[in-house]
Design a protein around this ligand. Sequence first.
Ligand code: SF4
Length: 405
Amino acid sequence: MNAFNALRLLVNPVSKSLSVGRGLSVRALSNTASRSFATAENESIKKDAQTAEGLSAAAIHSNGPARNDWTREEIQAIYDSPFLDLLFHAAKVHRANFNPREVQQATLLSIKTGGCSEDCSYCPQSSRHETEVKASKLLERDVVLDAARKAKNAGSTRFCMGAAWREVGGKKTNFNNILDYVKEIRGMGMEVCCTLGMLDEAQAKALKNAGLTAYNHNLDTSREYYSKIITTRTYDERLETIARAREAGISVCSGGIIGLGESEDDRVGLLTTLATLPAHPESVPINALLAVKGTPLENQEPVKIWDMVRMISTARIVMPKSMVRLSAGRVRFSQPEQALCFFAGANSIFTGDKLLTTPNNEFTDDQLMFQTLGLVPKPPKFEQSSCSGGCSHSDAEPKQADAAN
Ligand code: SF4
């Protein structure tokens, strides 16, 4: 018996019952089975077997309710589904949960740039890296509010403010100024989000009271790979800040970056952590590294569109009601490539010429792309809502870029 037939025998008898049950997917089982025969060369055989079966893990898991009890194996199986099958089922999930023509336009402004004490390997704003980014103080009120007005006039419904800080900590004057900016921008009828590093409970409450819609705090990568990227803040500290924002009633925006040198297993690990939080983040930014000269990751290869679409599709299936944001690195992708991302379930982008300190797509190019693809801006939404799957969601969320505060 060759490996292919042995694999089919192992997969076939159980796959029918698994299509109605929970726990292991066909792919998870085929993974388990395939490990018995594990050789690098049978990878293509596994995928053929899965296709011959007619049901990929993406197909199996695209019909159920939202859940936060995913296993890593299940998410791995979805991620490993044949590409077009994964894309198709992610698109179905997207259409079942959102108006697929609507894409949120958010604008991100760096209100305090550079000089950050953290050592995030991808970030040009870290004071530990020799980059061209110069440290500056918190932007003045008029500058920030003017930028928000311009963003609104250009069609953005969300205004995101990023500060290159490890934490808000004792920066009372700056924090009070930011609370004022939040109030004013919310008063313009925009959703407002911030990414200011770690928050304590009182700060989270103050931001909520000021009218903050969402707080961004990315996990960046898997727990296992995290220490290769950042050593000055722990994974658990990130999770604690996310929990504080959530407890204060602020929508959570949290995602990660691919292209950091991580493995596919790390990408799955990141998605597993996000998808098994007590509540899914309302927004999940998927960033593709834009390698910046002077950072430790300056020589990383650009992320391939296939990896980006696979990541977005998997996020869409396992967090069906979250906004999935095509974030940093979009500038590298052509419009047809971005179209694939939208088809896979991305429904939020940053518009504007800069993402904190890295370049972004031209506004006019984005307008043209919206016309070409029949996309329309998503209107702002301020209330929290609940999904039916035991995870609380709201349709609102926040920001990101080269800062993964
Ligand atoms: S990503 Fe954020 S926390 Fe990390 S170095 Fe850059 S600004 Fe600082």
